[in-house]
Design a protein around this ligand. Structure first.
Ligand code: FAD
Length: 315
């Protein structure tokens, strides 16, 4: 990860994207095209979400494999620990490592719809999952063998790269946090467990991010904190993310989306909002930006272009 002093120099501001596994075969073809287009922009990594309880496990790994085998971009696997045993979680981590995945976002996950706590398995927090990922990798062979073409049985031996382990951070507080300092304490616990960087939940104002980073630094968090930015291009999407994240309604954006009559106009409003947020957090010292892409490339690439981070797409 880059230092937090990154500036608006397009060659130095890293960015990354988040995708989710497709729900249908036609969605799969479209996603492959999206991955190629996103990869062409040169992101640091592309992350793929994971359904809590393993609901999308196989499909997540397929998308990660596609990224690894068809692009030069680092695939980053979200993993959740909700409802899993130690042995089950360790087997899952090993499966991803064996597929060549070396970057993870370790998450607790949420309970299935309609179910309330207690819903956890052996692992109660993402910090425990961070430790388990580190431990499972340490148990794997310390080297990798790559077959040498034309020399049957011969293999090139290289030392195994250490895993990157990201964790979630909540600038406006986790919806179920009981006091203001809990989220910084949770992030400290994740760092102590071995997390190498954090990605934030979406937020709507640059001060939300800056104030959280300031509190985290004052408490001793030293890992990079990557702001998560979501272009909100319709009132329906806004309502859905507010429901999922518990964020406060950003009234200015909500009104603008509500009164705009055309879908294209609403898309432009969402892009402009996300591009402004991107510019402002980068100017405030963010080490890069992580964009929630909703399995489409056009919107997030336009956000980056409007924020001045994609020289090739500048008009
Ligand atoms: P934890 O780190 O376990 O923390 C949850 C809360 O518990 C903390 O905020 C804190 O309030 C408390 N807590 C935890 N540890 C401690 C501690 N040591 N001391 C004190 N308090 C503590 N969900 C999915 O199912 N699949 C995904 O792919 C997915 N991707 C996500 C990507 C990002 C960038 C983000 C921000 C969230 C994502 N989520 C995903 C949602 C996430 O699973 C939920 O927000 C979940 O409720 C919390 O996960 P966590 O990893 O932060 O949990």
């Amino acid at each position: 990860m880059p230092p937090e002093s990154a500036t608006l120099d397009s060659s130095r501001v890293p960015f990354s994207f988040e995708l989710y596994p497709p729900r249908s075969a036609s969605g799969e073809d479209a996603l492959h095209e999206t991955i190629r287009r996103l990869a062409d922009a040169g992101p640091d990594f592309i992350s793929v979400t994971y359904g809590a309880g393993g609901s999308t496990g196989g499909r997540s790994l397929e998308v990660l494999r596609f990224i690894r085998e068809n692009t030069y971009v680092e695939p980053l696997a979200h993993l959740t620990c909700v409802g899993n045993t130690y042995a089950g979680a360790a087997a899952l981590i090993r499966e991803f490592l064996d597929a060549g995945i070396l970057s993870f976002l370790a998450l607790r996950g949420d309970p299935p719809a309609g179910q309330t706590e207690p819903f956890l398995g052996d692992l109660e927090t993402s910090a425990q999952l961070v430790q388990l990922i580190g431990r499972v990798q340490a148990e794997c062979a310390p080297y990798e063998e790559t077959p040498i073409p034309g020399l049957p049985g011969a293999a090139r031996i290289t030392s195994r790269r250490h895993v990157n382990i990201a964790v979630a951070a909540f600038p406006k507080g986790h919806p179920r946090a009981t006091h203001r300092t809990q989220d910084v304490e949770a992030l400290l616990a994740k760092q102590a467990a071995g997390a190498t960087f954090a990605i934030t939940q979406l937020f709507f104002h640059p001060d939300d991010y800056s104030a959280f980073v300031e509190r985290a630094r004052a408490a001793g968090v030293t890992i990079p904190i990557l702001p998560g930015i979501m272009p909100i291009t319709s009132p329906a999407r806004l309502a859905r993310v507010l429901e999922l994240t518990g964020e406060d309604l950003p009234s200015e954006l909500a009104i603008a989306l509500e009164i705009e009559p055309t879908a294209e106009g609403r898309r432009e409003i969402g892009i402009e909002w996300a591009a402004r947020l991107t510019r402002e957090v980068v100017a405030a010292g963010a080490p890069g930006v992580h964009l929630y892409a909703f399995n489409q490339h056009d919107t997030v690439l336009t956000v980056l272009a409007e924020a001045g981070l994609l020289p090739a797409l500048r008009s």
